[in-house]
Design a protein around this ligand. Structure first.
Ligand code: NI
Length: 174
């Protein structure tokens, strides 16, 4: 089921540290993951974190194909993820489904290794480069209440915040 994506500044959940998942393989957890993929694909995103659908849990889903019909899906579910290793740097445009319409260059590691649990609770490790490294870092940031705006200069961040407040006032930011 497609859920509503919460927008930045409208809901404090996006700036809160999400709670660890402690129960695995439950119908609720399976449903949450399914709903997150549905919501992400509908919005043409490559990643989504549970707080973005107003669920303050440490769950993220990623598919860097973005549901492109010409490509095999590459669904990744990261539960209680921890970044264990990073290497190098990359700078590229980043956006966020909770801040639609704004894209800015963000510097991230070029390679990232993450340890996480799957829906059954089993620990695994995954290493991503380029877009996958960027997506994992962006989504794990969400679980710590951090948005990509935090990686911009204060000047740029304030400018975007002002624009969002204007859109809120105009009723164009629901
Ligand atoms: Ni995001």
């Amino acid at each position: 089921m497609v859920r509503k994506v919460v927008r930045y500044l409208n809901n404090p959940v996006l700036e809160q540290v999400a709670e660890p998942v402690t129960e695995f393989d439950t119908p609720e957890l399976h449903q949450l993951v399914t709903d997150m993929f549905d919501t992400m694909y509908k919005a043409h995103g490559v990643g989504l974190a549970a707080p973005q659908i107003n669920v303050s849990k440490r769950v993220t889903v990623i598919d860097i194909t973005g549901g492109d019909e010409d490509e095999e899906p590459e669904q990744i579910v990261l539960i209680n993820p921890q970044v264990t290793y990073t290497e190098g740097k990359q700078t590229g445009e980043e956006g966020c489904l909770s801040i639609p319409g704004f894209r800015e260059p963000v510097r991230r590691p070029r390679i990232a290794t993450v340890r996480a649990q799957d829906v059954a609770g089993a620990w695994f490790e995954i290493t991503g480069e380029e877009l996958l490294a960027r997506a994992m870092m962006h989504e794990i940031d969400h679980l710590n209440g951090v948005l990509f705006l935090s990686h911009l200069s204060a000047l740029k961040r304030d400018l975007i915040k002002r624009k969002i407040r204007k859109l809120q006032k105009a009723g164009e930011w629901e």
